[in-house]
Design a protein around this ligand. Sequence first.
Ligand SMILES: [Zn+2]
Length: 326
Amino acid sequence: MATAEARRVPGVGSDVVSDRELVVLGTASQAPTRSRNHNGYLLRWDGEGLLFDPGEGTQRQMIFAGVTVSQITRICITHFHGDHCLGLPGVLQRMSLDRVPHVVDACYPAQNQEVFTRLRHAALFHDVVNLRERPVTSGGTVIQAAAFRVEAKPLSHGVPAIGYQLAEPDGRRMLPDKLAALGITGPDVGRLQRQGSLAVAGQVVSLEQVSEPRRGQRFAFIMDTRLCDAAFALADGADMLVCESTFADAEAALAREYGHLTAGQAGRIAAESGARLLVLTHFSQRYDAGDGQLLADQAAAAFGGRVALAHDLDRIPVPPRRPPAA
Ligand SMILES: [Zn+2]
């Protein structure tokens, strides 16, 4: 049963509120169950909130999870089966009601523009949402933000479907000890970061002298698809990979027929693409809560990294950055 309080995944998170975390709003494919809402995920990433695949009931799940529609800055829809989009009308109406002032980008497969438009205007309301429609035709960069970019790639499902990868560029981490030793403080630090070098007391200090490489973080979101090259490409180097695992391995034929992945295949994608934390979700209603371990074990048989089984209202922190490359 869903509880009225969001909880953290044991062993995955800490009590410290993370600036980058996945808030799981729902984990059911096709039909909700007593313990699982339709899909829905809010990725909190610094000041941004990316809402992925808001299935039916997303508005209310957000209340249970303690997040608000004002936190949403982008909406990313993989495809227009109901479990991935029926919550959109409610979320948009709520954004209007709450007078969310900022622009919100909405990405979705362009082939189904008509469905998006219907959902956008599914009910009558005073519409003041500042929504920027970004239909995705063939993939590529769909969002270019100051601190990250989002790429999309077509997946292999029965209807047009896309997966997403959010990537932060590599950067540099300033080393306070080295800055202090050279007497660089205050606005000079920013100046050095922007210019790449700075004249200090008669000598030129380079950015490399007082900083170390900092790996950019990556997040990948792969929903309904068969195994395909795009899934591996999207998952490449992901610190957190959220991946559908509709079926257990025994149902591989069914998965293939309906354009889905098994838990073992999700594990294989994570392993071959060098992902770090694999979050399994989008479970068939044939599995109840007690089957979770089976699915997690099947993914873990293929993937040596961490596997988290998503539950509704989990908050799963994005793992700490990888150490700088040697
Ligand atoms: Zn689905």
